[in-house]
Ligand binder design. Structure first.
Ligand code: 2BA
Length: 114
């Protein structure tokens, strides 16, 4: 039987959640690479995890993401935002989603290991 097609999961998560998620993925035998990244809106450090798995492994990986990356809200002073800050001295803090994860599932055309 031919192998299930490969998928690449691109997972963007907060640093703390990403660390726990990496641990869980590796414990469960899924390959994962963590890259330091920065969110464009908050300009905070976050982490991007790449995981290349077979199509039938996507759901178990997503289950791990849901278990480790729980969304919550935080109030961020508008002055702390890099592009809204100027002249926003009296604006109310902005409620933003932090934690949780953003996941893209991409088809993999070809995989090579040299
Ligand atoms: P940031 O761009 O720093 O965004 C952090 C959080 O700020 C977002 O959480 C969202 O709740 C809020 N936010 C972003 N843009 C906003 C806006 N224009 N107005 C009001 N609130 C806004 P998430 O949606 O969970 O995104 C978390 C991080 O995932 C983002 O950090 C970014 O690094 C990445 N991300 C999210 N969507 C993406 C996408 N479509 N493509 C690439 N990266 C994405």
């Amino acid at each position: 039987m031919p192998a299930s097609p490969l998928k690449l999961l691109v997972i963007i998560a907060s640093d703390g959640d990403a660390e726990r998620l990496m641990k869980r993925l590796v414990e469960q035998g899924y390959p994962a690479t963590k890259i330091g990244s920065t969110g464009g809106f908050l300009r905070r450090g976050n982490a991007t995890i790449l995981s290349g798995v077979e199509a039938d492994e996507v759901e178990p990986v997503l289950a791990a993401v849901r278990a480790e990356c729980r969304a919550r809200t935080e109030h961020v002073p508008v002055q702390a935002l890099p592009f809204l800050g100027e002249g926003a001295a009296i604006a109310q803090p902005l409620e933003v989603r932090v934690g949780g994860a953003i996941v893209f599932v991409l088809p993999v055309e070809r995989f090579e290991k040299t």
